[in-house]
Design a protein around this ligand. Structure first.
Ligand SMILES: NC(=O)C1=CN([C@@H]2O[C@H](COP(=O)(O)OP(=O)(O)OC[C@H]3O[C@@H](n4cnc5c(N)ncnc54)[C@H](OP(=O)(O)O)[C@@H]3O)[C@@H](O)[C@H]2O)C=CC1
Ligand SMILES: N[C@@H](CCC(=O)OP(=O)(O)O)C(=O)O
Length: 418
């Protein structure tokens, strides 16, 4: 805490004061701030787009990849999705103050749990401006303050969006400091955030290995890692192959830059001769480069996969394929190379589906569905701050509830302990 520059330290102190105010704010005021943000996204869209264009121009000039430019871009569709998500979050029941599982002890003491905010959240994430709005909305609904450190390429977009969010807070009678942007794109601020023990209650790094390792090493407060997705689809013996191809194409090609996209396909040997040519044709049409193990390459054209391919998250139109002899082999491969993010099976065999669900350790395990569903909005949370690949205190998509905790409460009538 002492090493933080006064500006960041002051921001965190202001966030802490704002968090205290938000913890007791009325559900109506929080919902109002969310509705106002939705309105302003529509009425102030031109200004937001203009800020976004500055970021896009700078990013293009520095040669940012097409996939990363795509996630930096604020489009009308993103605006509409954000508005829909904000309104959905506004309408959700306010979790704060709810008393859960009240029981009566033999001595008459009533013991329960009350849902409370976490406090101040430090959020470090990619150059994806919509994440700024989604994370802020969820944090606000959960009664937390948030300190945002988005990717450097989104600097102007994030500043403009945070202005909108803060104006909505003020109009709703809430402290603007509940949503703040770290005042510099300099990476040193990330290390400084990690030192803000006593001010930040939780830090969420959302990004690649380097970021996660840095924050896990340096942070002086709890960390919820939102890490990479080395995600598999296992095509079982007897699976519906048409559906398996459609799931694989959706998983890989719908939005290859996302953490929930498909990176590897494992196929049972009995299906490989029929499945792989269909997969290859579909992937070729989607412009996906295939890499494969020797058994795959004996059936279809693919470049040779190397050991590092099995653990690599490409975030690109590349897919690695392996032929396996059993469900056991698929489970063992996933346990060895997966990143516990998203894992899927295509099967028509109920016991296999159940084994996969029980035995695979990942934040979302799917049966006969695309890994692209690992997203808070798709899973019914309204929005998401990201996908926790840590197990404590939340595993998987994090919405409002995951940004809260509970404290015990006890209601007595004079009980004393023997
Ligand atoms: N689990 C989840 O919820 C999600 C995970 N991801 C994962 O994020 C990654 C993709 O995003 P990408 O932009 O490439 O991620 P990066 O890890 O490159 O960037 C994310 C953030 O981390 C910062 N950062 C990266 N490396 C360092 C470092 N060495 N020191 C300090 N800060 C650092 C970046 O800062 P700067 O702007 O300065 O580069 C940026 O703010 C993928 O691995 C993807 O799977 C993405 C979304 C959701
Ligand atoms: N959950 C989001 C994707 C989040 C994500 O992976 O973000 P990014 O890596 O910045 O593209 C979705 O499926 O739309």
């Amino acid at each position: 805490m002492v090493n933080a520059p006064s500006s960041l330290l002051q921001l965190a102190q202001a966030a802490q004061a704002a968090a205290r105010a938000l913890a007791k704010a009325s559900p109506a005021a929080k919902a109002r701030a969310l509705q106002l943000t939705a309105e302003k996204l529509r009425t102030e869209w031109e200004g937001l787009e203009a800020a976004n264009r500055v970021d896009l121009a700078q990013a293009e000039a520095t040669g940012l990849s097409k996939a990363k430019l795509d996630r930096l871009r604020l489009t009308a569709r993103i605006r509409d999705d954000l508005i829909g998500g904000l309104l959905q979050v506004a309408e959700m029941p306010d979790p704060i103050g709810a008393i859960e599982s009240l029981t009566v002890r033999p001595n008459g003491l009533q013991v329960g749990r009350m849902r409370v905010p976490l406090g101040v959240i430090g959020f470090i994430y990619e150059s994806r401006p919509n994440a700024t709005v989604e994370a802020s909305a969820l944090s606000l609904k959960a009664g937390n303050a948030i300190l945002l450190r988005g990717g450097k390429e989104a600097w102007h977009s994030n500043r403009a969006l945070v202005q909108v969010l803060q104006a909505s807070l003020i109009e709703a009678g809430l402290p603007a400091e509940a949503i703040q942007l770290v005042p510099t794109p300099d990476r040193s601020a990330i290390l400084e955030m990690c030192q803000l023990a006593g001010l930040l209650d939780l830090i969420i790094p959302r990004g690649g290995k380097e970021l996660i390792e840095l924050v896990q090493r340096e942070a002086r407060m709890p960390v919820l890692a939102h890490a990479e997705g080395v995600n598999h689809l296992y095509v079982d013996a007897g699976a519906d192959l048409e559906s398996a191809v459609a799931i694989a194409v959706n998983g890989k090609a719908q939005r290859p830059s996302t953490c929930n996209s498909l990176e590897k396909v494992l196929v049972h040997a009995t299906e490989a001769p029929r499945f792989l040519p269909r997969l290859a044709a579909a992937m070729q049409a989607a412009q996906v480069e295939l890499r494969g193990d020797p058994r795959t390459r004996a059936i279809i054209e693919a470049t040779a996969a190397h050991e590092e391919d099995w653990s690599t998250e490409y975030l690109d139109l590349i897919l690695t394929v392996k032929v396996v002899d059993s469900l056991e082999e698929a489970l063992a491969h996933i346990a060895r190379y997966g990143s516990r993010h998203t894992e899927a099976i295509c099967t028509n065999t109920h016991p296999h589906a159940m084994r996969f669900l029980h035995e695979v350790d990942a934040s979302l395990v799917l049966v006969n569905a695309s890994p692209r569903f690992n997203d808070g909005f798709q899973l019914g949370l309204g929005a998401e701050i990201g996908i926790s690949t840590s197990k404590l205190h939340a595993y998987g998509a994090m919405g409002v509830r995951e940004l809260t905790t509970t404290k015990f409460i006890a209601l007595g009538n004079g009980q004393i302990r023997d």
